[in-house]
Design a protein around this ligand. Structure first.
Ligand code: PEP
Ligand code: MG
Length: 592
């Protein structure tokens, strides 16, 4: 029987194919029956080898943390659990008596123990469940090999299913291996979703417990337009979705024909339309998709993909140089490291309860000047190869901009002393991502050369809705009156002082937001590479004279839904129905 699940659409498109389950934590392992005594013996051996390997790993960790008493104690508890004869015989009995694989036997044994623990009130004992789960995960990883390795060796493409995906895991995958991404956690603006869009593969997130139901190899339909996922689809469902996929692909192919044309409204107003990229090689495709420059290069992905880049100025330099040379003379906005939030490196260990409100982005950079200096040196060196601009994320006060200016001057002087060639210090801009930056924009504008609105974070911080949480994803609404009013404020204040203002959050590729953003008078929209043609199409069907009125009217409306309906009524019958209708219907259905 098929299972239909509903999540948040995170990257458009439809795919149908076999599932691949990544991340074994809390996931049911597919049951594999053994056929004979030899197979049973082989599984017992495999289990014992995995235990021995896990023991060795834990002992190594224990040696490494020998100076930290608490750390050592924790590991010792885990070693004790690993040697627990009742756990070992429980698993061995399952393999022998039920004739099942070691992976399945361990997962069931683990599941039963954790079930029992969940019923216990005592918080100390409950805490032990974490150790048991940790040990269990280690054994499972040793039994299964790393799934990441298995994934990299796949010959046929798969729909990747996971409880959660770290951007660094997604970043290591190639488009050829992926039909789509489906996760329990995450929101439409989480960084895994952003990567899926930049790779042009469908994604649905915030499904809450899809990973519990999926088994590797099972057929999955992923509908990234509406956020539907169907496991084990029946013939009718398959037929429906093959047709939907075809309709969507035809609409997209038609839109792609306009990639060559400039982004211009139906009444002849040019709009700058540029690309958001995460990897330097994406720069090669910007012109093909019809973008005129890069509005956001998320440079932290260089480190997430290549951890050595943290201490290696050259890797950064080469990446920036490649992007600048490729796009020259078009503008390239390079955003400085936006680590923290949902993007972590081992060297930035954070144990904060609210990482998005904590040590993130410019805050880390200013507190860790050695890391930041490496990036700024690379940027200044690369600056002579193109039309670069530097943009600072998560700014809340003008002093942060001034500190970076001083650093840039110092680094420029240092490079000159060292005789290392460099370009002029590029224009320095900021992202408007916090209500503090909007309400204090008059304090920031005298110190910045340009601004770009990061509507993902602006929505998150305005509505107090974690952009990565599936539990509040239906409250995440960039068309909420409180968000669009702030965009209007920023646009007006910038206009007053003739400051260039763009937007690079995901709102810029939402068909129902584009008419408003153009109507507010933003200079530029920067969107994921693969969505440039769709946005260009929307720009070509609207009239500046009309969207100005629509935008003004939107500012008087009471809810995101009212605003969506207003824009929908304006653009319907001008834009491909398949994209528009569904986005509108789903969103209205999903909200109260
Ligand atoms: C944003 O916040 O809107 C933005 C573009 O930055 P990021 O999504 O990388 O946080
Ligand atoms: Mg942001």
């Amino acid at each position: 029987m098929s299972i239909r699940l509903k999540g948040t659409p995170a990257s458009p498109g439809v795919s149908i194919g076999p599932a691949f389950l990544l991340n074994i934590e809390e996931i049911r392992i597919q049951k594999r029956n053994l056929r004979n005594k030899e197979e049973v013996e082989a599984e017992l051996d495999r289990f014992r080898a995995a235990l021995a390997h896990t023991r060795m790993e834990l002992e190594q960790i224990s040696d490494q943390v020998s100076d930290i008493i608490e750390g050592r104690q924790l590991i010792e508890v885990q070693i004790l659990l690993l040697n627990d004869p009742s756990m070992i015989s429980d698993v061995e009995n399952r393999i022998r008596n039920e004739q099942v694989s070691a992976d399945y036997a361990v997962s069931r044994a683990l599941y039963d123990v954790l079930e029992r623990f969940s019923l216990i009130e005592d918080s100390y004992i409950k805490g032990r469940a974490i150790d048991i789960r940790d040990v269990g995960k280690r054994i499972m990883a040793n039994l299964m090999g790393t799934e990441q390795e298995a994934l990299l060796n796949l010959t046929n493409p798969v729909v990747l299913v996971s409880r959660d995906l770290d951007p660094s895991q997604t970043a290591g995958l190639s488009r050829k291996q992926l039909l789509g991404i489906v996760t329990d956690l995450g929101g439409s603006t989480s960084h895994t979703a952003i990567l899926a869009r930049s790779m042009g593969i469908p994604a649905v997130v915030a499904l809450k417990d899809v990973a519990k139901y999926v088994v590797t190899g099972q057929t999955v339909i992923i509908d990234g337009i509406h956020g539907n996922v169907i496991l084990n689809p029946n013939d009718d469902e398959l037929e429906y979705y093959y047709k939907l996929k075809e309709r969507y692909n035809i609409a997209e192919a038609e839109i792609a024909l306009n990639a060559e044309n400039p982004a211009v409204t139906a009444d002849g107003i040019d709009i700058e339309l540029s690309a958001n990229i995460e990897f330097s090689l994406e720069a090669d495709q910007v012109r093909r998709f019809g973008g005129n420059g890069i509005g956001l290069f998320r440079t932290e992905f260089i480190m997430l993909l290549t951890p050595e880049a943290e201490d290696d100025e050259e890797i950064h330099y080469r990446a920036y140089r490649h992007v600048l040379e490729t796009l020259n003379p078009d503008p390239v906005i390079i955003r400085t490291l936006d680590l923290g939030g949902d993007k972590f490196l081992d060297s930035i260990p954070t144990k904060e309860k609210n990482p998005f409100l904590g040590w993130r982005a410019i805050r880390i950079c200013l507190d860790r000047p050695e890391k930041f200096t490496r990036q700024l040196r690379a940027l200044l060196r690369a600056a002579r190869h193109g039309n670069g601009r530097i943009m600072l994320p998560m700014i809340t006060g003008y002093d942060q901009i001034l500190q970076v200016r001083v650093m840039l001057e110092d680094i420029a002087a240092e490079l000159d002393r060292e005789g290392i060639p460099r370009g002029e210090i590029p224009p320095l801009g900021i992202m408007i991502e916090t209500p503090a930056a909007v309400l204090g924009i008059d304090l920031l504008l005298p110190h910045t050369d340009f601004v770009s609105i990061g509507s993902n974070d602006l929505t998150q911080y305005t509505l107090a809705v974690d952009r990565g949480s599936p539990y509040v994803s239906k409250l995440f609404d960039s068309l909420h009156p409180a968000v669009i009013r702030q965009i209007d404020i920023v646009a007006r204040k910038c206009k007053e002082v003739e400051q260039w203002v763009g937007i690079c959050g995901q709102m810029a590729n939402n068909p129902l937001a584009i008419p408003l953003l153009v109507g507010f008078g933003l200079n530029e929209l920067s969107v994921p590479l693969t969505l440039i043609p769709d946005v260009k199409e929307m720009i070509s069907v609207i009239r500046m004279s009309e969207v100005k009125t629509i935008a003004k009217k939107a500012l008087t409306m009471k809810s995101g839904n009212e605003i969506r309906n207003l824009v929908f009524d304006y653009v319907k019958s001008r834009y491909p129905e398949i994209i528009l209708d569904e986005i509108h219907r789903e969103r209205n259905d999903g909200e109260n």
